[in-house]
Design a protein around this ligand. Structure first.
Ligand SMILES: [Zn+2]
Length: 437
C-alpha cells in the first residue's frame, strides 16, 4: 500500500459513509439557507434526519434536463447556482452531444477542489511528480478535459505539456519525440490514431517512443481497445472517468486495474435500481444507475445528480489499499437497448466484435430502426469484414451472430459490409455506434 494515498481513501467503508453523510448534511443546510432552488427541493426533507445513505431517498433526484431547464430559465448558470456570478473564475461546458450544453462555474475554492481531485486521479493511475505528461484532449473547446486537466496535472507536480488534440498528430508526435514524456492523456480513439500515425510522422513505431502510461478518458469503449493500445504504444493503459457537472475526472484506475472514486470526502456516490430508483447495496456484482452528489461545491452544487451511467461494483477489497469499491461503467442509461427483453449496451457489442477471432476490422454500427430503446425484433448490425477474408461472408455472419448470442444473449441480424465503409472518427470526436433510421 502506498503511503501517498490520502487517509480518507483508505477508511473503513462504514466510517467513510458516515463522513460523507455528515458532509452532505452540512452542505444541504448551507444550500437551504442560500439557494432558493435547493430550498424548494429540500422542502419535503428533514435534513437532520439523514443519518445513513439510504435516507437520501427523501431528496429529489436531479436530472440533466432539470439542469438544462434551470439554465434556460435563469442564465447563465441556472437557478441551482449559488453565490454570485462575480465569484466565478472559470466557466466550462458539457460537450453538448445530446442537446444544448450545460455550463458549470467554479469559484477559487471549487477550482482548488477540482485540482486536488484531478491530481489524485492521476496519482492513482501511477503518475508522479517529476514525470512529464503530454496533454492531447481537446484544449480549445471549453470543456473540462482541456484546461482543468492541465491544472490538475500541474497540481500533482507533473511537468505538463499542454498541446491539446487540435494541432494534430504531426505536432503531438514530434513533441513526444523531442521531449520524451512518460505519460499521455487522450481519448482512446485519439490515442489509437496517434499511435498508428507514429511511423509515418517520426519514422518509428509508437512502441519505441517514451510513453509508458496513457490515461484514457472522455469517451466509452476503452476496454475494446485496451490491448491494442497497450501493444501499439508498449504502455500501460489506465482509465480515468469524469463528468462536467461533478469534476473533470474523479475516478482513476489503480495499478491493480480497478477504477476507484478518489476524494470520497468531496463526492458521494449512490447506486440506484434503474427502474425503481431505490438505493442498492455496495456489494460485488451490484449493477445499477450511478448518482453523484458533490459535498463541498460552492457555485454549481449537484445534489443527487443522475449521470445516466450504468455501473457494476466489481471489487470491494483492492490490494492498492483504497477502500472505495471499484466500478465498471457499462454505458449510459439512454444508450441501453432492450432487445427481446435482454439489456445490451453498444459498448458490450463492441467488446465482442473487437475481440472476435473472425476476420473483422472491428468497426461496426447498430442500425436503429425502432423508436425508443426497446425492440421485439432482432438487433440490426452493420459489420465490416477484413479485405478478402478466407471465410465467405455468410459464414462470418453466422459465426458472429452465434458469438453475440452466446456471450450477450442478444439476437442479431447482421449485414456484412466491405472494409472502410464506416467513417473513421476524427481526432477527439466522440463516436456514436448507433445509426438512427
Ligand atoms: Zn485499487
Amino acid at each position: 500500500m502506498s503511503s501517498d494515498i490520502p487517509a480518507v481513501e483508505t477508511l473503513q467503508w462504514e466510517e467513510l459513509r458516515e463522513i460523507q453523510i455528515e458532509n452532505f448534511r452540512e452542505q444541504a443546510r448551507r444550500l437551504e439557507r442560500t439557494c432558493e432552488y435547493y430550498r424548494k427541493r429540500f422542502a419535503d426533507t428533514d435534513i437532520d434526519a439523514i443519518r445513513k445513505p439510504e435516507d437520501l431517498s427523501s431528496v429529489k433526484l436531479l436530472s440533466k434536463d432539470d439542469i438544462r431547464q434551470s439554465q434556460q430559465e435563469s442564465p447563465p448558470l441556472g437557478w441551482h447556482a449559488c453565490g454570485s456570478f462575480e465569484e466565478v473564475i472559470q466557466t466550462q461546458a458539457s460537450s453538448g452531444t445530446t442537446g444544448r450544453p450545460t455550463y458549470v462555474g467554479v469559484s477559487p475554492d471549487d477550482q482548488q477542489q477540482w485540482n486536488e481531485t484531478l491530481a489524485e486521479v492521476f496519482r492513482t493511475t501511477g503518475m508522479s511528480p517529476g514525470e512529464s505528461c503530454i496533454h492531447a484532449f481537446g484544449l480549445s473547446k471549453g470543456f473540462v478535459g482541456g484546461i482543468p486537466v492541465v491544472q490538475g496535472l500541474e497540481k500533482l507536480g507533473v511537468n505538463v505539456i499542454p498541446i491539446g488534440a487540435e494541432p494534430g498528430a504531426k505536432r503531438l508526435l514530434n513533441v513526444i519525440d523531442h521531449l520524451n514524456p512518460e505519460n499521455l492523456v487522450a481519448t482512446p480513439n485519439f490515442a489509437r490514431y496517434l499511435g498508428k500515425q507514429s511511423p509515418k510522422v517520426v519514422g518509428k513505431p509508437a512502441s519505441e517512443l517514451s510513453i509508458e502510461r496513457i490515461a484514457c478518458g472522455g469517451e466509452p469503449g476503452l476496454n475494446a481497445m485496451r490491448e491494442e493500445l497497450a501493444e501499439l504504444w508498449d504502455a500501460r493503459i489506465m482509465q480515468i472517468m469524469g463528468a462536467t457537472e461533478i469534476a473533470p475526472a474523479y475516478f482513476g484506475e489503480c495499478e491493480y486495474q480497478n477504477l476507484h472514486l478518489v476524494r470520497p470526502d468531496l463526492y458521494l456516490p449512490e447506486i440506484l435500481d434503474p427502474n425503481t430508483k431505490e438505493p442498492l447495496q455496495w456489494e460485488e456484482g451490484t449493477t445499477g444507475e450511478l448518482v453523484m452528489t458533490t459535498l463541498a461545491r460552492e457555485i454549481t452544487p449537484m445534489i443527487r445528480y443522475q449521470l445516466g451511467d450504468i455501473v457494476t461494483v466489481d471489487e470491494t477489497d483492492c490490494k492498492c489499499g483504497r477502500t472505495m469499491p471499484s466500478l465498471t461503467c457499462h454505458g449510459r442509461t439512454d444508450e441501453m437497448l432492450i432487445v427481446r427483453g435482454v439489456n445490451v449496451f453498444p459498448s458490450a457489442l463492441q467488446d465482442v466484435v473487437t475481440n472476435s477471432t473472425l476476420p473483422l476490422t472491428g468497426h461496426f454500427r447498430i442500425r436503429k430502426t425502432f423508436e425508443g430503446h426497446s425492440t421485439e425484433n432482432r438487433l440490426e448490425l452493420l459489420v465490416e469484414h477484413k479485405p478478402n477474408p478466407e471465410l465467405a461472408s455468410d459464414e462470418i455472419r453466422e459465426s458472429l451472430s452465434n458469438e453475440l448470442q452466446s456471450q450477450l444473449g442478444v439476437s442479431t441480424e447482421i449485414d456484412m459490409i466491405p472494409p472502410q465503409t464506416i467513417t473513421r472518427p476524427d481526432a477527439d470526436e466522440k463516436v456514436s455506434l448507433i445509426i438512427e433510421e
